[in-house]
Design a protein around this ligand. Structure first.
Ligand code: MN
Length: 138
């Protein structure tokens, strides 16, 4: 099973990095507001550079002066299954098996955009309309 991780990244601006193991790397999206288990939330997910698989478990502080300087926590991790689609097609349906992210999610590239995608929870038994994201750092 391929792995996924969501990094909570306290850079200049707090954001969350969703990373999916795919083709030997971690395909990555920066999600400013973080993932949501509420199907009513459409979360902007901006595709960023692939990361090395070895980064999946990274937690620590990226030093001042380096790109992305700030604290990094693993907000969630686990395995996932690719249900349908592909990055090339601009549409993915994945099933997360994490501690916080569970069940089916869609990742869809916005029409006419290159890097901007939307991350949306699909309706299933894990969908939670009362979901509020809690940071690890607090
Ligand atoms: Mn980041």
């Amino acid at each position: 099973m391929p792995v996924f991780v969501v990094h909570e990244h306290h850079a200049k601006r707090l954001h969350f990095d969703l990373r999916l193991e795919m083709e030997g790397v971690l395909k990555s999206w920066a999600v400013p507001k973080g993932p949501s288990m509420n199907p009513a939330d459409k979360r902007l997910a901006v595709m960023v550079n692939d990361h090395d698989l070895a980064c999946a478990g990274f937690e620590g502080t990226i030093p001042e002066g380096m790109y992305g300087a700030g604290e990094v926590f693993v907000w969630d991790s686990g395995t996932y299954a690719l249900k349908a689609g592909s990055i090339g097609a601009g549409k993915l349906e994945v099933v997360f098996r994490g501690k916080k992210l569970k069940g089916v999610f869609a990742l869809a590239r916005m029409s006419g955009k290159e890097k901007e995608w939307l991350l949306i929870k699909k309706h299933d038994e894990y969908a939670d309309r009362t979901f509020r994201l809690k940071t690890v750092k607090g």
